[in-house]
Design a protein around this ligand. Structure first.
Ligand SMILES: NC(=O)c1ccc[n+]([C@@H]2O[C@H](COP(=O)([O-])OP(=O)(O)OC[C@H]3O[C@@H](n4cnc5c(N)ncnc54)[C@H](OP(=O)(O)O)[C@@H]3O)[C@@H](O)[C@H]2O)c1
Length: 166
């Protein structure tokens, strides 16, 4: 099973503020949906709770939530107390590629296990960011593909859809 990260980050690796996103980018939401649909998605409790009610759990995906709080239960999500347990659960369901979808704490802890990163680089710096994606050590990773999408009527920022592999 491939262990992958899906993340959108600004030019300084900012990914969030006040337990929400820094932007509203429909093109990236569509990309996220396309690459995660049909897969197990693993996330931290904060990220799960940051998803608006009407989209939670994320449809057509097996939602795995990591929390050390044994009383945290949520209909529609499988809750585990460690990332390893969540990964093992996906493996036991014969998942081919688990998608780790944040947030900052989970990305940091999961990065050593990860073989692929779907990174949407948002060509802007948000000074108010309070949550960050870890620095990608370029000597450990290679850029497998990248696709530029220039800002347009529905997207305020130039985007670079990158796939990194280790
Ligand atoms: N731009 C993007 O692509 C993107 C994607 C996702 C999220 N985000 C943003 O990221 C922010 C949320 O990130 P965050 O760092 O605050 O929270 P998070 O990583 O989503 O969740 C943190 C919580 O998950 C649990 N957890 C994390 N690591 C664990 C571990 N190793 N073992 C057991 N439990 C663990 C803990 O819950 P307990 O306290 O219950 O133990 C912890 O408090 C939001 O602003 C969100 O919008 C951005």
């Amino acid at each position: 099973m491939i262990i992958s990260i899906v993340v959108a980050a600004d030019l300084h690796n900012g990914i969030g503020v006040n337990n929400g996103l820094l932007w509203h980018i429909p093109a990236d939401m569509q990309y996220f949906k396309t690459i995660t649909t049909g897969h197990h998605v693993l996330m931290g409790k904060n990220t799960y709770l940051s998803i608006p009610d009407k989209y939670r759990p994320l449809a057509n995906r097996t939602n795995i939530v990591i929390s050390s709080d044994s009383s945290f239960e949520n209909e529609g999500a499988k809750v585990f107390s460690s990332i390893e347990q969540g990964i093992d659960f996906a493996k036991s369901n014969e998942e081919k590629e688990i998608m780790i979808i944040g947030g900052g704490k989970i990305y940091e802890a999961a990065l050593p296990f990860v073989k692929r990163i779907y990174l949407t680089r948002v060509n802007h710096t948000f000074p108010n960011a309070d949550t960050f994606f870890p620095f990608i050590e370029k000597h450990k990773w290679h850029l497998k593909s990248s696709k530029l999408q220039l800002k347009n009527d529905s997207t305020n920022y130039d985007l670079m859809f990158e796939i990194w592999e280790k």
